[in-house]
Structure formats: C-alpha cells, structure tokens
Design a protein around this ligand. Structure first.
Ligand code: AMP
Ligand code: GLY
Length: 429
C-alpha cells in the first residue's frame, strides 16, 4: 500500500521512517518533505501543499491513507476536504482542530466540561485587558488567540511585561511577529493564571470515541541550557517522562483526556486524530491543561516513535476505522532522547543555505531525523529553524544523553546551536 504524510518537519520524517517499517507499506510519499526524506531512497518527496493538488494526487495514486503532521493544514480543514472526496485521512476536522487553533475555544470548552486548567478571561478591548491585569497582578500569562507558532504566549513575571504583551497582541501593528488572527474578526487575548509545576506532553490517539495513549514525553521549550532564553518550538525531548507517574497518568486520562473526547463528541465535534495535552503537574501530582494541540508534538514524536514497537500503519488503519479499542501498543522499555540542532538566528529569523556535513548513518540505537534541511544540487543545506534531531535509544537518560552528544559531534554547519543539557530534569529524579 501507498501512504502520504503531509508536512516537512522532524515529526514527519519520523512518521515516514516508522511507516516504512510496516510490512504492508510499499511506498511513503512526504509532501513537501525535507532534505532527509529526499535523501532516503525509500521515501518520495512531493512538491505539493495545496489541498486540491494533494487530494488529486491521493486519488490518482490510490493512496491508502494520508496522515497530517502539522496544525496548519488541520486548522485549514484538510481532513474535511479529503473526507468529502471519500479519501482516508487521519487527523481532526477543522472544527475539532479549534482545540489548538483557538485558545478562546479551548478555554471555553474546558470550563464547560470542568477540565482542570488555569483560570482565565478573554478580551478584545485593550483597556479592559490592562485593568484586569492590574487587578490580578504578576506573574500572569498573556496568550494571543490563534496559531502563532509558539510565539503567541507571554509568561509575564512583571506587570509592565504583561501590559506590553497586551499592547503588542491587541495592537493594530502586531509588530515583530505576524500573528495568525485571520480566522478571527478581531484580535483577541486570553489572560490566564500562572500555573506552577513541571510540564509534560501527554499525547493520545483518538478515533472519535476510543482512546489509546502513547508513551509519555517531555520537551525543552527554551533555547538555552538551564531552561533560559526565549521560547522555541522545542529544543529536545525524551520519552518516557518520569514526572508522569502511574498516578498522574490515571488522573490525566480520567480528568482531562476522556472528558475532552466525551465533551467533543457531546458538543457534536467528535475528535479524531492525535490529541496532545500540554500538562502542568503541580507538587501534589495534580495535572492541569496548559494547552491542547491537535497533532503530534515536534520534537516529542522523534523519541516516542523510536520507542514504538507496534506497526504504525496498523494503528492508523484501526484509528480511521473507529477500532482503536482493538489496539494494544508495545513500547521499547528503553529511554529515547532527541537533541535538536537549530540554525543560526533561530528562534528569530533562521539563516538558510548553510552546508551541512557529517550526519552519521542510521544505527540500531541512533538516527538523525531531518527538519529544516533541503537537498540543493545534491548537497544538504539548512532551510529552516530547527534543522535536525539526533535521537537515540539507551537504558537510561544518563546513558542516552552522552550517546546523543557523541553522535552530534560529527555534525557540522555554520551557526549551529543546540542545548547541552537535554534530559536534565529526568536525571534529577
Ligand atoms: P502554550 O502555547 O499555551 O503551550 O504556552 C507555551 C508555554 O508557555 C507553555 O509550554 C508553558 O511553558 C508556558 N505557559 C503557558 N500557559 C501557562 C500558565 N498558565 N502558567 C504557566 N506557564 C504557562
Ligand atoms: N514541542 C511542542 C509542540 O510540538 O507543540
């Protein structure tokens, strides 16, 4: 069978790599893919991003299943588009994807269904937002409503920072970052209570009714060692996340995931796809939802899929048939850890076109997934912010970390940046 993976990041490289291990899969197309998927002779890149072009390709080539990696096409309604043409696709509809694409939708949903999250208010009026922040005090969190590639959240430790964030997000100029507020008529901010604790990524697969949880993971959102510097899409990740004890896992399932799936079904928007709850777990082991994503995490997917022993295509087939209740997942008992190597300038404006050298060949315990890379005249160059994710398997985080950095040592490109402490939280436990 032939399958199509939509996206171009490290997450999509990992999905394609894992699908290739299925005996039922003959060809994996990746649209548009990256330099890593272009270099693997078993994968085929397609220079397509338009829904119509993709659907026509899927029809023409008799694609058995399409899997969507990133939130953009999901929020844009690619699942609705494919389904209307009778094509099999895994992901949430445009309406269900609002759990990620609209913070206001997600917060109202959680309030309605009593799902633990931070207290909040929504504003379109800047004066009211300023007054609310003055009344609440700092620390406080200001979020732009809409997809903003991880840049739409300001955790303000002081009141002036909070006021500045409001002006920036509700201002007419939206200087600096282009916030995607196109699907809203007016810019809107969500202002919420600051939650203390440790974060974890809790990702499940849903078929609208049944839920299967994936292995837990944790990523590192800040650019610099010691969790300093600006927020990024994620500088590294590992699985499992020790903070998610069996007790926390049970609470997350019963208080967050299952009520969300049931609530969406009850509201007439059944959720199919990957549901990613970003959890904040407090000192008592109580998880609260910081955010929902309607997709797999990047870079969490790279370590998670490296640990998955089950057939990923089988899993997608069950999910699109509404039969996830028949599935049991098998995981490698070892730890997987991935270190992201980013381009010069990331997370601002990354520099492109730097030649990349020394990527080690795939080993049983280590693989370098590509993200912002491109093959230009047969040479690998950088083409985006997060360039590579060096992912390894080992018996413990203590062993995985040095192994990842050992593999990374061979890799060279101008301006490369990476954190040297991926996994530090897990090692302290
Ligand atoms: P989000 O895009 O909503 O996940 O926010 C990005 C990051 O900001 C999260 O991963 C947290 O580290 C931080 N954050 C968001 N909301 C809160 C909150 N209510 N309390 C503390 N930290 C938060
Ligand atoms: N690594 C965080 C995310 O994928 O949203």
């Amino acid at each position: 069978m032939k399958v199509l993976v939509i996206g171009s990041g490290g997450r999509e490289h990992a999905i394609a790599w894992k699908l290739l291990q299925s005996t039922k899969i003959q060809t994996v197309y990746v649209a548009p893919g990256n330099g890593g998927t272009a270099s693997d002779h078993r994968l085929h890149n397609l220079p397509l991003t338009d829904f119509k072009d993709l659907a026509e390709f899927a029809e023409r080539e008799k694609i058995a299943l399409t899997v969507v990696g990133p939130e953009g096409p999901l929020a844009g309604g690619i699942v609705d588009f494919f389904r209307a043409r009778g094509l099999r696709i895994f992901g949430p509809t445009k309406a269900a994807a609002q759990l990620e694409s609209s913070k206001a939708f997600a917060k109202a949903f959680m309030k309605r269904h009593q799902i633990p999250t931070a207290a909040y208010e929504t504003f379109t009026d800047a004066a009211l937002a300023h007054a609310y922040v003055d009344q609440q005090g700092a620390p406080i969190v200001i979020k732009a409503d809409g997809l903003a590639a991880g840049k739409g959240v300001v955790v303000a430790t002081t009141l002036p920072q909070a006021h500045e964030a409001i002006d920036w997000m509700l201002g007419t100029d939206a200087s600096g970052v282009s916030l995607d507020v196109k699907h809203n008529d007016v810019p809107r901010v969500v202002i919420e209570q600051f939650l203390e604790g440790e974060e974890a990524s809790f990702i499940v697969m849903c078929d609208g009714k049944n839920v299967v949880s994936l292995a837990t993971s944790q990523d590192h959102k800040r650019l610099l060692d010691g969790d300093e510097g600006p927020n990024t899409g994620g500088m590294g990740a590992y699985s499992p996340a020790p903070v998610v004890t069996p007790n926390v896992h049970a609470k997350a399932m019963h208080e967050i995931i299952l009520p969300t799936i049931q609530g969406m079904a009850k509201d007439g928007v059944p959720f199919t796809g990957f549901l990613y709850a970003g959890l904040m777990i407090d000192a008592h082991g109580q998880p609260r939802t910081v955010e929902f994503n309607c997709r797999l995490g990047d870079p969490e997917t790279q370590p998670i899929l490296m640990r998955l022993k089950s057939d990923l295509f089988d899993l997608f087939a069950h999910a699109t048939d509404g039969k996830l209740d028949e599935v049991e997942l098998h995981w490698d008992r070892r730890v997987a850890l991935g270190v992201v190597v980013a381009a010069a300038g990331y997370p601002g404006t990354p520099r492109k076109g730097d030649a990349i050298q020394g990527i080690p060949v795939e080993a049983a315990d280590g693989i370098v997934f590509h993200a912002g890379t491109e093959l230009r005249d047969g040479n690998l160059v950088t083409s985006g912010g997060r360039v590579l994710c060096v992912t390894v398997l080992a018996d413990s985080v203590k062993q995985a970390q040095p192994r990842a950095y050992e593999l990374l040592q061979a890799i060279r490109f101008d301006g490369m940046q990476y954190r040297k402490d991926i996994g530090h939280r897990a090692m302290k436990r």
